[in-house]
Write a protein that binds this ligand. Structure first.
Ligand code: ATP
Length: 257
């Protein structure tokens, strides 16, 4: 079996507070392999963000072991992270924002201009490199954030409700693009959302968390077609999509009750 991108064994996390520890996550076991698009869905406060912080290494778990590509995670290495807000540098152009991410990733200066063009193309921003970040829309800013996360060519991309602040049309367009990120089978995505629709559309596998502390209530493969062929509208309109949507929505309602 190929090396796991993510391996969690008995992972749990509690926050310290004046009233004593607040159990937020686990214990849970999870393995994510290359080519998987895992969407973690759960009610508000179920530990979804905690889960991503633990996987990325920004938070050290209170118990259990986290392995990213077989090693203890180091924040900022191995993974690309996209947050709800794009967090761009407003004093830099769109291209320079991506250039900075390439510099952090250790890409030689001479190679950066070509990589900036490629990354802008990949996220559908073609000619917008010279623009300032405030001269582009919210959806375009989030595309820049995705390009920055892809700059280091990470095997694993972590996304924490990245489209929550966007209008419905922009969100759907970005979902269609992001859905293809695992198509070549080398990369994995772990995506957190509270939207069942978003989960069913994006995921190759859905993990439903229980109410706090978040444990795995349901771990469900999503057999919807991926890659070229079916249009997004056909997919969303299919009977299989509706059935899965119903199953996941029921699971989320049950754990939140
Ligand atoms: N720094 C902290 N100190 C104490 N408790 C915390 C802290 N951060 C989060 N929590 C608690 O841990 C639980 C999990 O929080 P987390 O942010 O991971 O949930 P979430 O599923 O991402 O929520 P949402 O969907 O509302 O963003 C929550 O009940 C929250 O109140």
């Amino acid at each position: 079996m190929a090396e796991a991108l993510v391996e969690l064994v008995g992972v749990e996390h509690s926050y310290k507070s004046k009233g004593g520890p607040v159990p937020a996550l686990g214990p849970l076991d999870l393995r994510v392999d290359p080519g998987e698009f895992v969407v973690v869905v759960g009610p508000s406060g179920s530990g979804k963000s905690t889960f991503l912080r633990v996987v990325s290494g920004f938070e050290h778990p209170s118990g259990g072991a986290v392995r990213l590509l077989g090693r203890t995670p180091v924040p900022g290495r191995d993974v690309g992270v996209v947050f709800q807000q794009p967090r761009l540098f407003p004093w830099q152009s769109v291209g320079a924002n991506i250039g900075t991410a390439l510099r952090w990733a250790g890409v030689p200066r001479a190679d950066r201009p070509q990589r900036i063009v490629e990354l802008l193309d990949q996220v559908g921003l073609g000619a917008l490199g010279p623009r300032r970040t405030w001269e582009i829309s919210g959806g375009q800013q989030q595309r820049v954030a995705i390009a920055r996360a892809l700059a280091a060519q990470p095997r694993l991309l972590l996304m924490d409700e990245p489209f929550a602040a966007l209008d419905a049309m922009t969100r759907e367009r970005l979902q269609e693009d992001v859905r293809t990120l695992t198509d070549d089978g080398t990369r994995g995505v772990v995506f957190v959302t509270h939207s069942v629709d978003e989960a069913v559309f994006l995921a190759s596998r859905i993990v439903v968390l229980t109410d706090r502390p978040g444990r795995i209530a349901l771990d469900l493969p999503v057999p919807l077609p991926r890659g070229a062929g079916l249009s997004a509208d056909e997919l969303r309109g299919s009977a299989q999509y509706a059935a899965l949507r119903g199953e996941v929505a029921t699971a989320v309602r049950t754990v939140a009750a």
